[in-house]
Design a protein around this ligand. Structure first.
Ligand code: ARG
Length: 462
């Protein structure tokens, strides 16, 4: 028979070309368990409104249970002729319950409010999955920081040596970003916990159904949609989800890029574990940071999913338009990508070896203690403009004679400025420079220890 949900006013079936274009079942099938959960809740409000009697409700729920089991074990699947997941599952229900009872479930609902609800349910589940994976990554990074609490490295701006920082401080900077991403997911979830069920096609339902009951049944803590037009037409929850996943991708790509650089022969700051690197098919010596590169690459794809979605939504009049069927694949893809990327990335970060000596050898190089000379002069009462100039002259002198700042002689210091007494040497060590930055958020070991404790406490609360 005709599986279409809308055949009544049509004399002819759809052209094959239309059916092919229109079909979404090959990608929206993953909503099937949510569709069935929505159907259970809908059956209960139909019963409460007196539109299904006790016996009909029992048989309806039993039919939905059997359908759910057949979907779960793969014995029932949608086909291209079904158009979409909602149509396929209606066919499955009709096959199990017959047309008289099976045909009653559609009363008072539309695929428009159905799909808007199911999509929220699906994304809320995946926000939790991605949040848990993100917590795993933060744990691994905290572990990395904790295992190397006092390793100094060159801190960079413009990728040039700037000032020495603790490696643990640098790693925790990434943790801060991922913690905000995780927080974004939680805040998004609160906003998204509103059920459009009951909005019908766009105007609500005339059958006395209770949208609040459906919302509670389906776990929507925020209740049901306040406006049926908005309930069926809004997709900002999808765009925001796509943004958050893109932001996670971008944050991953920034760390990925650093890992790639740190892992080069020239830097030699880290070595990746064999299990989390790949070889070359022709060059036997190669050991490549493919996970980091895939993270960098996939971040572009995640951004594309966001921008594609925004372009679909732009200028779309209210309420539902079929354009909205294009809303699912981008974010399904964003979920799929992050759910394979995050475990691999976490494994890479949890197992890499840090080369302490190499980092510490380079920490003072490139005159990265010049700021410490300037700030030492300020503490002696010298105006910063003058101090900056004097410290700059020290660098010039070092470059001229091919030495580092701490190698300047007392005479050289004195020749540069009368303020540069030999005591300036007290700040010309990496340890001294680090320890002096002991205010909140600074790179001193004492300040980083405070930060680490705060980060761990926040993570435990998530
Ligand atoms: N497959 C559709 C979508 O994903 C479901 C809603 C279809 N509604 C309609 N009136 N054609 O948007």
């Amino acid at each position: 028979g005709d599986v279409r949900l809308w055949g009544g006013r049509f004399a002819d079936g759809p052209a094959e070309a239309l059916a092919k274009l229109s079909a979404s079942v090959h990608f929206d099938w993953r909503l099937a368990p949510y569709d069935i959960a929505g159907s259970r809740a809908h059956a209960r409000v139909l019963h409460r409104a007196g539109l299904l009697d006790e016996d009909e409700l029992t048989r309806m729920l039993d039919g939905l249970d059997r359908l759910a089991a057949d979907v779960a074990d793969g014995s029932f699947t949608g086909t291209i002729a079904d158009e979409d997941v909602h149509t396929a599952l209606e066919r499955g229900l009709l096959e199990r319950l017959g047309p008289d009872l099976g045909g009653k479930l559609r009363a008072g609902r539309s695929r428009n409010d159905q799909v808007a609800t199911l999509f929220r349910m699906y994304l809320r589940d995946h926000a939790r999955i991605i949040g848990a994976l993100l917590a795993g990554l933060q744990d691994a990074l905290v572990g990395l920081a904790e295992a190397h609490p006092d390793v100094a490295m060159p801190g960079r701006t413009h990728l040039q040596h700037a000032q020495p920082v603790l490696f643990s401080h640098h790693v925790l900077a990434h943790v801060q970003a991922f913690a905000r991403d995780a927080e974004r997911l939680r805040q998004w979830d609160t906003r998204t916990a509103v059920s459009p069920y009951g909005s019908g096609a766009l105007a609500g339902s005339s059958l006395g159904l209770d949208p609040e009951a459906v919302a509670a049944d389906l776990g929507f803590e925020g209740g049901s949609a306040a406006n049926s037009i908005d309930g069926t037409a809004s997709r900002d929850f999808v765009a925001e989800f796509a943004f958050i996943t893109a932001m996670i991708g971008v944050d991953l790509s920034r760390l990925a890029e650093e890992v790639i650089i740190w892992n080069t022969k020239e830097f030699s700051f880290v070595t990746l574990h064999d299990a989390f690197s790949t070889g070359s098919s022709i060059m036997p010596q190669k050991k490549n940071p493919d996970i980091a590169e895939l993270a960098r690459g996939k971040s572009g794809r995640l951004i594309g999913n966001l921008t594609g979605l925004l372009a679909t939504l732009k200028a779309l009049p209210l309420a539902y338009n079929r354009d909205l069927q294009e809303d699912k694949e981008p974010v399904f893809d964003s979920c799929d990508q992050l759910e394979v990327l995050l475990p691999a990335f976490t494994g890479m970060m949890a197992t890499l070896t840090v080369h302490r000596e190499r980092m510490e050898e380079l920490a003072p190089a490139g005159f990265s203690l010049a700021t410490d000379i300037a700030e030492w002069l300020v503490r002696q009462g010298v105006p910063f403009r003058v101090a900056h100039d004097v410290a700059g002259s020290c660098v010039k002198e070092c470059e001229r004679s091919g030495i580092e700042l701490h190698q300047l002689t007392d005479d050289q210091f004195a020749a540069i400025s009368e303020h540069l007494t030999p005591e300036v040497r007290s700040v010309l060590s990496v340890r001294g420079a680090l320890a002096s930055r002991d205010g909140r958020g600074g790179t001193a070991p004492s300040a980083v220890a405070v930060q680490l404790a705060e980060v761990k406490e926040d993570l435990a609360l998530q």
